[in-house]
Structures are given as C-alpha cells and as structure tokens.
Design a protein around this ligand. Structure first.
Ligand code: AMP
Ligand code: MG
Length: 433
C-alpha cells in the first residue's frame, strides 16, 4: 500500500558509513596551537611542532664500516701484496693523510685517512711473518669498498623529519643523531575520561566472590586510558559516573573547562538509562551516529561549552566523544575513529591518520558464510602458515577476542569469505600508537 506523500511510514534513519563518520569527525577538529619544548628522551609518541633541519652531515666524514686496513687501491697491484702499516686509527680518533704505498690499521666507524679510497676487512689480510708493521692484502680491493660516505645518512641542511611527524623510537634516534637534545612538540591533548553505568565496579573495590548480580568490572576504563596514553594524551580519569542526569551534567561541566576532549564509554544508546545525550545537549550539542560497522554501531560526537570568563582558551567548546559501552565496540571505535581524531588534534601530518589504516591482504584460513548488513571488523590472528584464523566468538562483549587476536579483517557489508580468499588484515599494532 502506498502511503500519501506527507505521511511516510516511520523509517529507521539510514546507517552512516564509517568513512563518512570519520570525515565528519575529522572536519570538526583543528590542531592544538600549544607547543612544548621537551627533552628528546621524552618525545616518544609526541608530534613534532616544527621541521627538523640538520646542521651537519651524518656521517660527518667518510669512515670505515669494517675493522681492517684502509689503503689506496692503486697500491695493490696483485693478490697478497705487502703494504707497510703507517698508522692506527681507532673510532673517535683523527686520521693523518695516508702515506703513499702504505695502509692504515682502521676500525669500524673510524675516519678514513685522506688519500685512502677503500678498506680491506681484516679477514682478507694476513700477518707478514716476522714483521708487525706490514700486512698481506689477500684480495684486489675495489674503490669505495667498506667505506661509509659522509652524508650518506643525512646531508647537512636537509629536513630530516617534517613538521607533523609522529615520533617513535627510530625518529628519536635520528633526531639525536643530528644533535637534538630537545624537541619542539605539539602540546598533549588533555582528555577527561569517564565511564558510565550503574553496573560498573572498579577492580579492587569489590572482590569477585562479592560481586552483586548484574555488577561487572569496569574494563573499558583500563584499555581506554592505556590507549590515550599511548597516543600522547594527558588523561584525567574521572572514574565512573552513575546513570543519572545530574551526575552526568556535573561531570561534563567540571571537565569541559580544562580539557580538549571528554571521552566517555557507555550510555550512548537511546534507552532511558542513557543519560549522555540529554546531558551533553543541555551543555552544548550532540550528534548520535549509528555507524554501519560491527562492532561499534552507536557513537556520539558533540561539544560542551566551557565556563564563560574562564580565559581566552575557553572561546572554543570542548570536544565530546561518546563511545559504545560494549568493550569490543569501544576498543574498535577508539582505534578507527578516536585515534585519527587525536592525531589530527595533535597536529600530526594527514598521512598519519588518513587513511585510518592500511590493510595488507592475507589469505583467510576460515570461512564466513553469513553475510552481514554492516561492514564488520573481525578479530583474527596470523597463523604459522601465513594465513589468518578467526576467533570463534565475535560478540561485541567478548574482550577475549581482542586478546586472542592480533588484528582485524575489514569485511565489507554483504560479503562472505571462503577459505583461501585474500582479505584485508589490519594489525592492532598499527592502531595502538
Ligand atoms: P551501554 O552502551 O551503556 O548500553 O552498555 C552496553 C554494554 O556494555 C552493557 O552490557 C554494559 O554493561 C557494558 N559496559 C558499559 N560500560 C562498560 C565498561 N566501562 N566496562 C565494561 N563493560 C561496559
Ligand atoms: Mg549503560
């Protein structure tokens, strides 16, 4: 039966594609303006606020990559030629110009003496019997062999790390190699974290045998805090906020002034025990999204006004993100949505979060026979045969799937998977820092 045009039958709002949700979320965030000047030692996980240009070449001088003898190739006309040893150059010591017709005892990292054009490794030399001051060269060396050229790693004057670079151990090492003891990094996002739910109990507060029926331990708080810290955030953990409108309002109000983001888990559905929506709306604005993904359908983005008169930084409202309560949904939406958001907030280069992940194709050593309506992120792990195994229970409440698994398969809506199909695999390790 056709309904008249102005009396459409009630329809469910269409689900939002994950890619659309991510673009929308990213469009609402601008990088923080603040910077910190910090010791390079403490820069792991931070984002460079300015490009690093090298004031020197690395290595600064041509040097040896082997323990052996530095020489001029033209002085070795035949295998097992004998060359007198005219100097000894340990790493960190200066070299004298190489006397013609001689070689220099040299060690890894030591500067090549002027005039030398190659190094012969000590395994390809022999002592001259009865003469400590000469050596047999048992090969015909080629110019350049076992020589590290000045500037082959870094050329003086070049940008070694761009503004917006997310720093990890390798980048910190490279910064140190050009002499940087301190770095200018973008300020840490200040994040207020709270969990909602009357059923939640903190581990340590109640022993397992004393848990009331219906009570559960607050697990989200632990992994969310760890994930935030790995992303360089300064976390204020506000603990558990009960399912009450007043308590939720109070928590939001007190958090908004001094934070860049309020992150919550739970309470973003539309049951009458879900108080996040009305509370955030009373203090700012909130959009509840139903994202076409599994796990992780309910997700909320909003803003919370800051206290007027609390200073210039209060001009813009505090961001609000509400994650679903189910642990795996919370875990997955954090990785796929909150992580890119925080990277942009910290001024990371766009390539760090767009796309949010770069899957590799690996063969499925499992089957999915029932097609899902939503794009699904299946918890899997690599096996010893180069394929992926599937965790048998994909429920959004089963956190074991994220522990057993080492990543996810991004399975499009409506797709089944046959054994051996190449499927897009995203390692968790790519999404947790
Ligand atoms: P909600 O989104 O509040 O309806 O919660 C959905 C499910 O997630 C419920 O089974 C909750 O008990 C559970 N849940 C919510 N918050 C947490 C949490 N912090 N830790 C563990 N489970 C949670
Ligand atoms: Mg709840």
């Amino acid at each position: 039966m056709n309904a008249p045009e102005n009396q459409q039958p009630l329809q469910r709002a269409p689900l939002m594609a994950l890619s659309e949700a991510l673009s929308d979320l990213l469009s609402r965030v601008e990088p923080l303006g603040s910077t910190d000047d910090i010791p390079t030692f403490e820069a792991d996980g931070r984002v460079l606020a300015e490009a690093l240009t090298s004031a020197l070449s690395v290595p600064a001088l041509d040097n040896s990559s082997m323990d052996g003898y530095a020489l001029r190739c033209s002085d070795v006309s035949e295998v097992s030629a004998v060359l007198p040893i005219s100097q000894r150059i340990p790493a960190g010591h200066e070299a004298q110009p190489l006397e013609p017709g001689t070689c220099a005892r040299i060690f890894t990292g030591a500067p090549l003496p002027e005039g030398a054009d190659a190094v012969v490794m000590q395994e390809e030399t022999r002592e001259v019997s009865g003469d400590m001051h000469a050596v047999h060269i048992d090969i015909l060396p080629k110019p350049g062999q076992w020589v590290r050229r000045a500037g082959e790693d870094v050329t003086r004057g070049t940008v070694v790390l761009p503004k917006g670079q997310v720093l990890s151990p390798a980048e910190i090492g490279l910064a140190a190699s050009i002499g940087m003891a301190r770095l200018q990094v973008v300020g840490r996002p200040r994040v207020a974290l709270f969990s909602t739910g009357d059923e939640l109990v903190m581990p340590g507060d109640v022993a397992p045998q004393d848990m009331k029926p219906g009570a559960i331990y607050n697990s989200n708080r632990f992994f969310l805090r760890a994930m935030l810290e790995r992303l360089g955030c300064e976390v204020s953990d506000l603990g558990i906020v009960p399912d009450s409108r007043d308590k939720t309002l109070a928590a939001l109000k007190s958090a908004a002034d001094h934070h860049d983001l309020i992150l919550t888990s739970g309470g973003v559905s539309v049951g009458e025990e879900d108080h996040i929506k009305p509370a955030v709306q009373a203090l700012g604005s909130l959009d509840l999204w139903k994202i076409a993904m599994k796990p992780g359908k309910p997700f909320a983005y909003g803003t919370v006004r800051r206290d007027a008169g609390a200073g210039a930084e209060q001009a813009s409202p505090c961001h609000f993100i509400g994650l679903p309560g189910n642990p795996v949904s919370s875990f997955v939406t954090f990785m796929l949505l909150v992580r890119p958001f925080l990277l942009k907030l910290q001024g990371a280069a766009t390539s760090a979060y767009k796309p949010a992940f770069r899957p590799v194709m690996l063969p499925a050593h499992f089957t999915v026979t029932k097609a899902e309506k939503r794009r699904e992120f299946l918890r899997v792990r690599r096996n010893a045969n180069g394929g992926l195994d599937l965790f048998p229970n994909q429920s959004s409440g089963v956190l074991t799937s994220a522990v057993w698994g080492d990543g996810m398969v991004d399975n499009p809506a409506g797709a089944t998977i046959a054994h051996g199909d190449l499927v897009p695999y995203i390692p968790f390790a790519d999404l947790l820092g």
